[in-house]
Design a protein around this ligand. Structure first.
Ligand SMILES: Cc1cc2nc3c(=O)[nH]c(=O)nc-3n(C[C@H](O)[C@H](O)[C@H](O)COP(=O)(O)O)c2cc1C
Length: 194
């Protein structure tokens, strides 16, 4: 029994970590990044600010979660923008990636979550397998580059801390559970009322 127990601990200890890389101007995306980490376990997820990473950090993980807010009428957040040429050179072949985006659906309804869609397009072009598609039900907006045409899905989780902060905890619980299966993690995330 003891050996079996040690064996399973050993396997868990060497299980590959997820790299969660985010950019954030005002802190909302950063907070959501840590709320995702809290659900999956600190020991399972490295959280990195895109302003501190190199291409090698992307190369280190087979499973990635990328977080990006949209700014200034459909623009990429500034730290992601600074890293954009590098992202274009990262090979995502063999990597599985889940995306989450922050936006304001009433303030910027013609550009809702656009940056998440732009990041999606670059990494898919470079070979990424995407998980974590998310239904558009429950949001109100006019246009978004993060939509998968004709499927009623976003390319990743949409979080709106400006207009719907009360929905974020349940959205995170559901989405993190979804990606844990799609990532084949072999462990269940915890549900939080944060
Ligand atoms: C000047 C300004 C421009 C914005 N432009 C957009 C936009 O084009 N699309 C969108 O969905 N959200 C937009 N937002 C909302 C932000 O994406 C949202 O507040 C987000 O939570 C910010 O994330 P951060 O705190 O991690 O930087 C904008 C917000 C401001 C203040």
């Amino acid at each position: 029994m003891a050996i079996t127990a040690f064996g399973s601990i050993g396997e868990a200890a060497v299980a590959a970590k997820i790299g969660l890389i985010y950019g954030s101007d005002d802190g909302n995306t950063e907070t959501i990044a840590f709320r995702i980490q809290a659900r999956l376990g600190e020991e399972n997820v490295d959280v990195l600010d895109v302003s501190d990473v190199t291409q090698m950090d992307f190369a280190s993980y087979d499973k990635l979660i990328l977080g990006i807010p949209t700014w200034d009428f459909g623009q990429i957040q500034s730290d992601w923008e600074d890293f954009w040429d590098d992202v274009k050179e990262v090979g995502f072949e063999g990597k599985t990636v889940a995306l989450f985006g922050l936006g304001d659906q009433f303030g910027y309804g013609d550009f809702f979550l656009d940056a998440m869609g732009m990041l999606h397009d670059v990494i898919v072009e470079n070979g990424a397998k995407i998980v974590g598609h998310w239904p558009v039900e429950g949001y109100e907006f006019d246009a978004s580059k993060a939509l998968i045409e004709g499927e009623g899905l976003f390319v990743g989780l949409g979080i709106d801390e400006d207009q719907q902060p009360e929905l974020s905890a349940s959205r995170l619980n559901k989405w993190v559970s979804q990606i844990s299966h799609e990532f084949n993690l072999g462990y269940e995330p915890i549900e939080l009322d944060d």
